[in-house]
Every structure is written in structure tokens, then in C-alpha cells.
Design a protein around this ligand. Structure first.
Ligand code: CMC
Length: 428
């Protein structure tokens, strides 16, 4: 017999089914609770609410496990490529050599963006943050591909939207950077692989070509893989919620980019470097900043520390920390903020405040240091996260639509004024 939960409301008992996942994760299905008891559940920040069942990513925050479609993140980061992982997330299984070639070729054929998009880009001042440009230009793809607005797309049509987005996102991302430095954009070079093509559009000039360094390509591939999906986080839930209203893939991902931009989410990688720079400029005393982070009257938080679900360690941070050492050594980069980061980590991991609250370095703590070593400017760090997260957003959007999930619409407990009569302005 399947398990059930029992809840007593106003002295009356109700039975609710328990849903069990393939990794034995258990959830009480409360969907009938309101109709039976007229009560809802309250869970600000959805800390304990499952919004969906999903077959894409499994993570166990207590044990520090992360798997995409069953494959451990450690194996994928070590042995796979970003496009292979993207295929895995989007279509559910590792591609054969032929499927991977076909996927890569189709993406290559769609890397150009419509020339009119350059006019939109030209309208942004150089001060515009690249994340704002990315979100706006991804949303504007709906204007160039209006068929993407059709909520009854066939599988092939949906697939074309997916390929277009995977193909154009690096172009838009690199162009948003070129705009921020007032330089002409570089067009995609389709003989290059996904990561190299992006790097070329970032760092080549019309006057000067750019030699793609394999160490940089490898590091970028690894970072993109580590960021590729993370189940129902803030931006992914945004993508699913927007998509649940049958908004297009492009509008849904554009909204996800907005969510990712926040410093508590993907924006943390930029915030980490700014924090490390601040500590360095202040004389490098990491202990002083640990004290600030602990002080409840001080709004300062240790950026890159803590995670909603990881309460032991973030497996991505483990891989990235090692990769940061390897990349800096291979490129011969000596970055003093790497030492500050290590000191800060050491001090925090031995401090009861952080130990008791299970606060460990997260994926963003070391990723910014690698991006810096690769020559990526700070205001592009969150854009890099978005490039990596794209296949995850697509896979989650597609799963939600294919499973015909209902429109997302949370409830609330109203705590405002009860009914009162309108009073004319002269009598107030
Ligand atoms: N520095 C100092 N104190 C912290 C920190 C931190 N970075 N993170 C959490 N705490 C404290 C917090 O003040 C609270 O203390 P108390 O119980 O005394 O009130 C306790 O730890 C629990 O924190 P919380 O805010 O309830 O935890 P949460 O699950 O709501 O927040 C978080 C998770 C990631 C937003 C938070 O840890 C944080 O703000 N970290 C810094 C920002 C960051 O690095 N974000 C990137 C997350 S990883 C990339 C991604 O997937 O987005």
C-alpha cells in the first residue's frame, strides 16, 4: 500500500497521498487540501515546497550530490563537453556521435542574429549592464521569430526555437560586452566550436584576430557544464512559471535572465570579486570581514557563501576550486585575490557562526577568479552563468510544456485591511 500522511484540521483528520521520487525523495501531495479543508499551506520563499516533479536534475544538499539525468556532475565536468551536456539535459539521454554532430551542426547554422538586432543593441548606452541587454535581446527574438509565440508548436517547431536560442545566445552575450566597451561587434565564425566561437566574438577585433587558447576553452567548457542546471532554483522556477502561462521560450528565458541577475542568485559571482577587491583595498584583513558578515546590524554578507539547498558542501565548488588552481597555474596568472579567497574560506570554515549555520563556499565563490584569469570582465560574470544555465532553462521549460503542467499561481494569506468605505478626498 502506498504511504499516506494524515493531517488534523479543526479536529478532523484528512489523508493526503505521499509521492515518492526515484531517489526516494518524499513529498506530501497537498493539492486536495484546500477543497477538503479550505486551508492552504504557507511557505514564504518556497523553502519546503515542491513545485513540480522533474526528471532532469537530482541533487541532495545534505550529501553534496548533483546529477544531470542520473550522471554525476564530477564525471560530466571531467569527461564531457558543454554541447553534449546540453543535449543530455534537453533531450534526456547522452547523444550518439551522429546525434551530437547533428546537434552541433544545427547550432552552428543559426549563430547569426538578424541585422536589425544590431540597431536595438546600438540604442543601449555603453553604461548598460550586459545582463540587461541579454534579457532584452533574448526577449526581442520573439519579434524576429513570431511563430515562437504559438503555444501549439509541433515538436519540430519547438526544436527550432531551442536550436536558435542555443545558437544565438553566445552571439548576443558577446555583443552585449562589445557594446559596453564601445567596440564594433564581431560576427560568429562557424568553423569554431561553441566555446571558442564565443571567446572569439568577445576578444577578437576587426583589426586583430584572436588566438583561442585550449586551456581557456577547456576551463570555459567546465564552467558552463557546472552551471548547466540546478533544478528548481530562482531563475529556473521563473522560467517555468512564465512558461506555464504559455509564454514563448524566448520570453520565459528572458525573465529567467532577469532573476539570475540578482546578487543573491547568479549575480553573486560578480559580487564575490567586488567583495574580494574590497577586502584587498582595505588591507587584506579577511577576519575583519568575517566579523562584519556575522554582525546582524551590518547588512554585509559573505558573498559566495551559503546555499538554500547545500548544507554540507556544494559539489560544484569543490570542482571549481581545483580548477581555479589548475587554470591560474596553466595560464601563469598570479592573482592576489585567490589568496584572499582561500584565507577567507579557511577562516569561515573554522568559525562557529558559519559551521553552525552550515554555510560553505558555493559555486560562485571561485568561478569569478577563473573568469578573471580567462580575461572575462567582471560585469560579464553573470552573463557567463546565464550562458551555462541556458540548456537547463530550456530543458525545464520543455519538460513543463510537454507534461502539460497547469499555469503556476501561488496563493497567499491576506493580512491587509478588512472592508472599509471610501471617503471623499476633502473629508480625509
Ligand atoms: N554571510 C553571512 N551570513 C549568512 C550568509 C552569508 N553569505 N548566508 C546565510 N547567512 C546566515 C543568515 O543570516 C541566517 O542567519 P540567522 O539564522 O542567524 O538569521 C542563516 O545564515 C540562514 O540564512 P538564510 O538567508 O535563511 O538562508 P537562505 O537559504 O534563505 O539563503 C542564500 C541562501 C544563498 C541566499 C544566502 O546564503 C546568501 O545570501 N548567500 C550569499 C549570496 C550568494 O553567494 N548567492 C549565490 C548562491 S549559489 C548560486 C546560485 O545557485 O544562485
Amino acid at each position: 500500500m502506498s504511504e499516506i500522511a494524515e493531517i488534523i484540521v479543526d479536529g478532523k483528520s484528512y489523508q493526503l497521498p505521499i509521492v515518492v521520487g526515484t531517489e526516494d525523495e518524499k513529498a506530501i501531495d497537498i493539492s486536495s487540501l484546500r477543497s477538503e479543508t479550505s486551508h492552504i499551506t504557507l511557505d514564504p520563499g518556497y523553502k519546503n515546497t515542491g513545485a513540480t516533479t522533474s526528471a532532469i536534475t537530482f541533487l541532495d544538499g545534505e550529501k553534496g550530490i548533483l546529477r544531470y539525468r542520473g550522471y554525476p556532475i564530477e564525471q560530466l565536468a571531467e569527461k564531457s563537453s558543454f554541447l553534449e551536456v546540453s543535449y543530455l539535459l534537453i533531450y534526456g539521454s547522452l547523444p550518439t556521435a551522429e546525434q551530437l554532430n547533428d546537434f552541433s551542426d544545427r547550432i552552428r547554422r543559426h549563430t547569426l542574429v538578424n541585422e536589425d538586432m544590431r540597431k536595438i543593441l546600438d540604442g543601449f548606452p555603453a553604461t548598460a549592464h550586459p545582463m540587461g541587454i541579454l534579457s532584452a535581446l533574448v526577449s526581442s527574438l520573439t519579434a524576429f521569430y513570431p511563430e515562437s509565440l504559438n503555444s501549439n508548436q509541433t515538436q519540430d517547431e519547438m526544436d527550432l526555437s531551442v536550436i536558435r536560442l542555443m545558437a544565438k545566445m553566445p552571439t548576443i552575450a558577446a555583443w552585449s560586452y562589445k557594446n559596453s566597451i564601445g567596440h564594433p561587434v564581431i560576427y560568429p565564425k562557424n568553423k569554431l566550436d561553441y566555446a571558442s566561437n564565443f571567446l572569439n566574438m568577445m576578444f577578437a577585433y576587426p583589426t586583430e584576430s584572436y588566438e583561442v587558447d585550449p586551456v581557456v576553452v577547456d576551463a570555459l567548457n567546465k564552467l558552463l557544464i557546472l552551471h548547466a542546471d540546478h533544478e528548481q532554483n530562482c531563475s529556473t522556477s521563473t522560467v517555468r512559471l512564465v512558461g506555464s502561462a504559455h509564454a514563448s521560450l524566448y520570453s520565459s528565458v528572458s525573465a529567467g535572465i532577469g532573476a539570475l541577475w540578482g546578487p543573491l542568485h547568479g549575480g553573486a559571482n560578480q559580487a564575490v570579486i567586488e567583495m574580494l577587491e574590497q577586502i584587498k583595498a582595505d588591507g587584506g584583513d579577511s577576519k575583519k570581514f568575517i566579523e562584519k558578515a556575522k554582525d546582524k546590524n551590518d547588512s554585509f554578507r559573505l558573498m559566495g557563501f551559503g546555499h538554500r539547498v547545500y548544507k554540507n558542501f556544494d559539489p560544484r565548488a569543490k570542482i571549481i576550486k581545483k580548477s581555479a588552481d589548475d587554470v591560474l597555474t596553466a595560464l601563469g596568472v598570479k592573482d592576489p585575490i585567490l589568496n584572499i579567497a582561500k584565507e577567507l574560506e579557511e577562516a569561515a570554515l573554522n568559525d562557529p557562526y558559519f559551521v553552525e549555520r552550515k554555510l560553505y563556499p558555493n559555486v560562485d565563490f571561485y568561478s569569478g577568479i577563473i573568469y578573471r584569469a580567462l580575461g572575462i570582465p567582471t560585469n560579464m560574470f553573470t552573463v557567463m552563468f546565464a550562458l551555462g544555465r541556458l540548456p537547463g532553462w530550456i530543458a525545464q521549460w520543455k519538460e513543463m510544456r510537454e507534461n502539460k503542467e497547469p499555469i503556476g499561481r501561488p496563493r497567499q494569506v491576506y493580512v491587509g485591511e478588512t472592508e472599509r468605505d471610501y471617503v471623499a478626498v476633502e473629508n480625509r
